[in-house]
Design a protein around this ligand. Structure first.
Ligand SMILES: Cc1ncc(C[n+]2csc(CCOP(=O)(O)OP(=O)(O)O)c2C)c(N)n1
Ligand SMILES: [Mg+2]
Length: 658
């Protein structure tokens, strides 16, 4: 079949499927893009032909499969949207992203890092300079005097889990097969990049028909090796004060029911990470809230004394381990259940390399059974008697602590702070008024910490905080992809549609609000809550904690007297900005008005933005934890010297080897 490389690429992508648990779906459900020279005559031409022919042309296997195209507004934004989509689909599907040569392509590098860090599949198709190099340097080409094959797209290599450049048509098939392999490998997945020189995209070649036959990629659920399971069980059986840490892997594996069954069978308390929140409902008797720097004091107290930590689907970021100060029991041991051996090996753990659902089910079975099969007689082998369970005293201890914490969260939700409301009250209003299935989206600023500590999540897909890369600007773009996935789920009858609420700080909004326009143009309804506090509440508080007095963290005019950015407030109107981009806007001043606006926004059919101003200095409960941010060892400022003393005290509690 004679086609250009780009036409072959599109035809191939449209017939790839993924399968897990017997359910098949398109692996690449669509393509985001922004055209320029580099892809306008290649991938764009192929997408045009694909869309024009979708109802008329037939291939041997039936109708030409359609690859829907979505015009984004910023290339970083379209990668965020793709990540939102794939995360919402539990990594069963990945969007493709096509970008023009040079800045269009390198704009995707940040998104690639975000995808790879969060272990979320996305297919990136940056454009590259001519493989023939005859016209070089082309517009937007970086020349490297050390070697003429170096391109800006090489910047994707360290942030991609797979990178290939198709310099010849003959290389396309193996590049694409490699790309699909990595996208669908739960242990290896992340950003997958296939760099496409612009001349090669337009070059014709005679392709074998079988390249375009329907192909199913089976997403594995590796089961634990019996010997590894026995080792894990031995450690867990000896545990007197165990704590389970549930990470994003639990959700991607759809292991929520297996997690609850494990917790109910063993009584082991379950703490969660940012990516794992929602894996267990906040009011489950075993749920103890977030663990780590921004976790709940309940989980953090358990972590402090635990003798065994069972990490499931977690990569143990510094926020989760409180920069390795969370686990203070001198004899603490780790058992890590993870599909990736890379993560399973962390903290010197007993490794249980397996799919989270399969691993948890196996652990529940093994711990529920008799302690030692060899010494059991038929009469004494009642598994309920000999199964592992934490003591009633242990359960009662964290249960009581949890009840106290629930009251503290209730108070934070209803602080009645003035004159401007507090952010915790905004969270309270949202938590109380959103449907438990509505998706809350956040990524950076003071909100992720407040959310991990205070948000009550009751559904596995309702809490979507991107905290692997914590990238300002993810919220609106990510929400776009999340809503697209929710709509696709509803259209396919997988589940009912969900409302999506992006909670956006003013800093984050100013970095990347443009995908609002994409949502408006596509008729995709988003809800936004813009939290205006005139700068960085997060970094302001952090700056103060390191003795730097919030230097450079407020959005203010430059003050002619001080020479600093500490003049009057700026005339920025983000509500007007959102309206100018096509959203309906509701400006509120009080929590009562906010509550009313949330109802209106939920009920609306158009993208709606609620704008509220909050007090960046309002109090937030303490996680009773720590995060390692080095403080200047020598300083003229007294505030810095004091902060250094406190830093050194905390630093002494760090256990770098576990
Ligand atoms: C792209 C990017 N740049 C810088 C940072 C560092 N950073 C983290 S939070 C933050 C401020 C966020 O401000 P805003 O969105 O207004 O949230 P607030 O802190 O006020 O809650 C900055 C600059 C980041 N996380 N991402
Ligand atoms: Mg702010």
């Amino acid at each position: 079949m004679r086609l250009t490389v780009a036409q072959a690429l599109v035809r191939f992508l449209a017939v790839q499927y993924s399968e897990r648990d017997g359910v098949e779906q398109r692996l690449i459900p669509g393509c985001f893009g922004i055209f320029g020279h580099g892809n306008v005559a290649g991938v764009a031409q192929a997408l045009l032909e694909n869309s024009a022919s979708r109802d008329s042309q037939h291939t041997e296997s039936g109708r030409t499969a359609h690859l829907p195209y979505h015009l984004a507004r910023n290339e970083q934004g379209m990668v965020h949207a793709s990540v939102g989509y794939a995360r919402m689909r539990n990594r069963l599907q990945a969007m493709a992203c096509t970008a023009s040569i040079g800045p269009g392509s390198t704009n995707m590098v940040t998104g690639a890092a975000l995808a790879t860090i969060n272990r979320i599949p996305v297919l990136l198709l940056p454009s590259d300079f001519f493989a023939t190099r005859v016209a070089n340097p082309v517009l937007q080409e970086l020349e490297d005097p050390r070697g003429y094959d170096v391109s800006v797209n090489d910047a994707f290599r360290p942030v991609s889990r797979f990178f290939d450049r198709v310099d010849r048509p003959e290389q396309l098939a193996s590049a694409l097969l490699g790309a699909m392999r990595v996208l669908t490998d739960p242990a290896a997945t992340g950003a997958v990049t296939v760099s496409l020189p612009q001349d090669v995209q337009a070059e014709a070649y005679d392709w074998p028909e079988e390249l375009f036959s329907r192909r199913v990629w089976h997403i594995a659920r590796p089961v634990p090796e019996p010997a590894a399971l026995a080792r894990a069980v031995e450690v867990l059986r000896a545990a007197e004060r165990p704590l389970l840490v549930a990470g994003g892997g639990v959700i991607y594996s759809e292991a929520g029911a297996a997690l609850r069954a494990f917790a109910e069978a063993t009584g082991i308390p379950v703490a969660d990470t940012q990516a794992g929140k929602g894996a267990i409902a906040w009011d489950h008797p075993c749920a103890v809230g977030g663990v780590g720097s921004t976790g709940s004091p309940v989980a953090n107290a358990l972590a402090r004394d635990a003798d065994v930590i069972l990490g499931v689907g977690t990569r143990y970021s510094d926020f989760t381990t409180a920069s390795r100060s969370a686990f203070q029991n001198p004899d603490v041991r780790f058992v890590n259940l993870n599909v990736a051996s890379f993560d399973a090996a962390k903290l010197g753990a007993t490794m249980l390399v397996a799919d989270a659902r399969e691993g948890l089910t196996a652990l529940t079975g093994a711990l529920g059974g008799p302690r030692n099969l060899a010494t059991q007689t038929a009469e004494s082998s009642d598994s309920r008697e000999s199964g592992y369970r934490v003591t009633a005293e242990y359960s009662a201890g964290f249960g009581a602590h949890r009840d106290e914490w629930t009251k503290i969260v209730d108070r934070a939700y209803h602080l009645d702070h003035g004159p401007l409301p507090s952010q915790t009250e905004v969270l309270g209003a949202l938590n109380e008024l959103l449907d438990p299935r509505d998706v809350l989206v956040q990524a950076a600023g003071s909100l992720p910490g407040d959310l991990q500590m205070l948000w009550r999540a009751a559904d596995e897909k309702a809490y979507h905080v991107e905290y692997g890369y914590s990238c300002m600007g993810y919220e609106i773009a990510g929400a776009l992809g999340i809503k697209m996935a929710a709509m696709a789920n509803a259209a396919a009858g997988r589940e009912a549609d969900r409302e999506v609420f992006a909670l956006v700080g003013d800093g984050s909004y100013l970095m990347m609000a443009q995908e609002l326009v994409t949502a408006v143009s596509e008729g995709i309804k988003l809800n936004l809550v813009i939290v205006q506090n005139h700068g960085f509440a997060s970094i302001g508080a952090l700056s103060e904690s390191v003795g730097s007095q919030r230097f450079g963290t407020a959005y203010r005019y430059r003050n002619a007297d001080t020479g600093q950015l500490d003049g009057g407030p700026l005339p920025v109107d983000l509500a007007a900005n959102a309206a100018s981009l096509g959203a309906d806007v509701i400006k509120v001043r009080t929590i009562a008005e906010l509550r009313e606006a949330i109802g209106r926004s939920r009920a609306a059919t158009r993208t709606t933005a609620i704008h509220i101003e909050t007090d960046p200095l309002a109090p937030v409960p303490s996680s009773e934890s720590w995060w390692d941010v080095p403080v200047a060892e020598v300083a003229a400022l007294d505030s810095t010297q004091q902060a250094r003393k406190s830093y050194e005290t905390h630093k002494a509690s760090q256990r770098p080897l576990i």
